[in-house]
Write a protein that binds this ligand. Structure first.
Ligand code: HEC
Length: 183
């Protein structure tokens, strides 16, 4: 790996040298520079999954759902811009970790109603709950300061329609109403 990146940077240097390193003002690399002194090239930034920007107000119902699902998947897996990745605790299959992080699969009681579901994601959850007969007494981090209404509606819609769940969509307007109640 090191040998590869060294030879890559050497050949870049060599071609820059031939071209005068891109300009009169740039000093050419000293020909006797030892390879050991060459700085390691920084790793290429990992491509963050991108969801195309949309004009929400102009989307029809099918377009909204499609956008919520695509954005929700990114939020679930990465936390999006500033949130916490739900996958860390609730796992990629939504089954959580028994005794520590509750499953999101088959949880109509918590997630069937948009407002109730939004309340959990916005305001977090603490204290003992029983899910599928297993007790949980953990801390679900409030997301209200980390994610906007659209992102929260998106991750909720993703959870509600993944892993066999079929609980319908939730819209950002509902999240906004629940957010206001808690203020
Ligand atoms: C740091 C770990 C952690 C992260 C990250 C996390 N959760 Fe949770 N979540 C929990 C815990 C713990 C509970 C149960 C809290 C309790 O015991 O009262 C919970 C409960 C829930 C519940 C209600 C219980 C159920 O099983 O239906 C929902 C819904 C939920 N989380 C959704 C999310 C969403 C959406 C995200 C990402 C935006 C997320 N969680 C991120 C730890 C986490």
């Amino acid at each position: 790996m090191r040998a590869l990146s060294l030879s890559a940077s050497l050949s870049v240097c060599a071609s820059l040298f031939l071209m005068g390193c891109g300009g009169e003002s740039t000093p050419a690399p000293a020909p006797d520079a030892t390879p050991e002194a060459a700085p390691e090239a920084p790793p290429a930034p990992e491509a963050a999954p991108e969801v195309p920007e949309v004009d929400w107000a102009t989307l029809d119902d099918a377009g909204k759902k499609k956008h919520l699902m695509a954005l929700g998947k990114v939020i679930y897996e990465t936390g999006g811009k500033g949130g916490l990745a739900c996958v860390t605790c609730h796992q990629a299959d939504g089954k959580g970790t028994p005794g520590a992080f509750p499953p999101l699969v088959g949880q109509k009681e918590h997630m069937g109603d948009c407002a109730k579901h939004a309340g959990i994601v916005l305001n977090g959850l603490t204290g003992e709950i029983v899910v599928d007969g297993v007790k949980y007494n953990g801390v679900m981090v409030p997301m209200k300061d980390l994610l906007d209404d659209l992102s929260i509606a998106a991750v909720m819609t993703f959870e509600r329609n993944s892993w066999g769940n079929d609980y319908g969509d939730c819209m950002p307007e509902t999240v906004a109403e629940v957010r206001k109640l808690a203020e």
